[in-house]
Design a protein around this ligand. Structure first.
Ligand code: NAD
Length: 483
């Protein structure tokens, strides 16, 4: 496994296990830690609400005390500004921690539900119980937020967590590993750094839940590995998220919001608008507004990276550069391989059949396609797998509702893009190829909880209705009671 920061990598000696509830692969380097987390969970220590709140406060304090280290690490990985790091990584995380601290007690309470006459005089309730040892596998694009946010939800719900960070933002991964591994007992919360090899080894072991954020192809690998143990998964994946711009929208406001959402984090955002579908009648006006807005924030002559990010690595830079069809460039298209810089790029007159429309772009290239008929545009969107997000910009209620009703997607926004994920009252997740399950706020707590359903009866009274001998009268009574 990688040792991003020398002493922070979790090194575990292989051990043999004889308990079938524990891990079984003798040579697996993570057997011991996974067994320890299972044992720890079985002590019930994580079920105490006060204990859980304490852990979340500890994470919050660690983040606060080490913000400058995190800013520096993120800058070294992406050349991302402090402002953007705070806004897109830390602010949302602090909010989620605070929300969980405030609500753990309420969310973990038993909930009474009605019982029905057939079970009179019983009572029924649901107990949200922690699932057990959790594996969280993170992506590279928001390496603090997308690793610690699910970890916080899992801990809040009372589970021990093993977090596997992405190997690509090596500096940030090393800081997270150091902060967590130096301050938490590894039975409760531990970070493993590494890539395919480490993840493959982890996937051989038994977890009570796997929470994965990343690409569709790797999501399939995770799902298959989890199936061997019937381990439930949450898969937070990607896809081609469209933004539909109708002629009746406010162009300037729409473009302002769209440009921010597309080019923040250098376009490396899972819910960034992947492509634009604009009504033909306003295409020229829209393109012009795009140009003005982009040039305002990202002058194409300037590669100083105050407000604009690098591409994460050369492999991704090369992949993205190949997607820029020079005949289609309306704006931008300037690249610098050494600096892994791609200027915000707009492509026009693109069709659904072109290469750039086949896979998620995940970079600062925005193809613009025009349409004359919304039904046709919707049909085209539906030829692709269900996207993680969809955005509709229009003042017309019927148009908005048509898109919301007819297109299936994870979540989205009307007259805005990306910002839906900042509202923790909205469960965040995909559908179909863009993912399974959701999190954020209460949805996150529920994702890491099992809803244990209980019916409780007193000893005092037991009607004979369900017992033989059966009779016509009993039959009629049971019909009346149950139906
Ligand atoms: P990725 O799938 O390449 O990697 C994700 C994780 O899987 C990393 O920790 C990596 O080490 C591990 N991994 C990679 N290959 C593996 C393999 N063969 N076997 C086992 N593990 C493996 O994804 P990424 O490049 O880090 O992130 C980009 C993708 O993630 C995009 O598709 C994006 O849309 C998606 N994403 C989704 C969300 C969301 O919330 N839905 C958020 C961010 C990114």
């Amino acid at each position: 496994m990688t040792d991003g920061n020398n002493n922070t990598t979790v090194l575990i000696q292989p051990v043999l296990q004889d308990d079938k509830n524990k891990t079984t692969t003798p040579t697996n380097p993570f057997s011991e830690i996974v067994s320890k987390q299972k044992e720890y969970f079985n002590t019930n220590a994580t079920k105490d609400i006060g204990f859980r709140i304490e852990q979340l406060k500890k994470i919050r304090a660690l983040l606060r005390a080490n913000e400058s280290k995190l800013y520096e690490a993120i800058y070294n990985d992406f050349s991302k500004s402090e402002f953007e790091t705070y806004a897109t990584e830390l602010a949302v995380l602090y909010h989620e921690i605070n929300l969980n601290i405030k609500n753990i007690k309420k969310w973990s309470n038993r909930k009474r539900v009605t019982t029905g006459l057939a079970n009179f005089p019983g009572k029924s309730f649901i107990i949200p119980e922690p699932l057990g040892n959790i594996l969280v596998i993170g992506p590279w694009n928001y390496p603090i937020h997308l690793t610690l946010m699910p970890a916080v939800a899992a801990l809040a719900a009372g589970n021990p967590v093993l977090l596997k960070t992405s190997e690509l933002p090596a500096n940030t991964s090393a800081v997270i590993a150091q902060l967590i591994n130096d301050n938490f007992s590894k039975e409760l919360f531990c970070v493993v750094e590494g890539g395919v090899q480490e993840t493959t080894a982890l996937l051989e072991l038994h977890f009570d839940k796997i929470f994965f954020t990343g690409s569709v192809p790797v999501g399939k690998i995770i799902y298959q590995a989890a199936a061997k143990n019937l381990t439930p998964v949450t898969l937070e994946l990607g896809g081609k998220s469209p933004a539909i711009i109708m002629a009746d929208c406010n162009i300037n406001i729409s473009v302002k919001r769209l440009v921010w959402a597309k080019f923040i984090n250098g376009g490396q955002t899972c819910v960034a608008p992947d492509y634009v579908l604009v009504e033909k009648t306003i295409e020229e006006k829209f393109l012009l507004a795009l140009q003005i807005e982009i040039e305002k924030y990202h002058p194409d002559t300037d590669e100083s990276r105050e407000n604009y990010l690098q591409i994460i690595n050369t492999k991704n830079f090369d992949r993205l550069e190949k997607l820029i069809d020079r005949d289609r460039v309306y704006l931008g298209g300037r690249t610098n391989r050494e600096k892994r810089y791609i200027s915000p790029t707009v492509l026009k007159d693109v069709s659904f059949e072109e290469e750039i429309m086949q896979e998620e772009i995940f970079g600062p290239i925005l193809p613009v396609l025009s349409f004359t008929n919304l039904d046709t545009a919707i049909r085209k969107i539906k030829t692709k797998p269900k996207p993680l997000a969809c955005y509709i910009y229009s003042k017309n209620k019927r148009t908005v509702n048509k898109v919301l009703n007819e297109v299936s997607f994870g979540g989205g926004a009307v007259n805005d893009s990306v910002m839906h994920l900042s509202n923790s009252n909205l469960p965040f997740g995909g559908v179909g190829f863009s993912g399974i399950g959701s999190y954020h706020g209460k949805a996150g707590f529920d994702t890491f909880s099992h809803q244990k359903s209980i019916m409780q009866k007193p000893f005092g009274f037991e009607p004979n209705l369900k017992y033989p001998p059966y009779s016509k009268l009993k039959m009629n009574l049971i019909k009346w009671l149950i139906e």
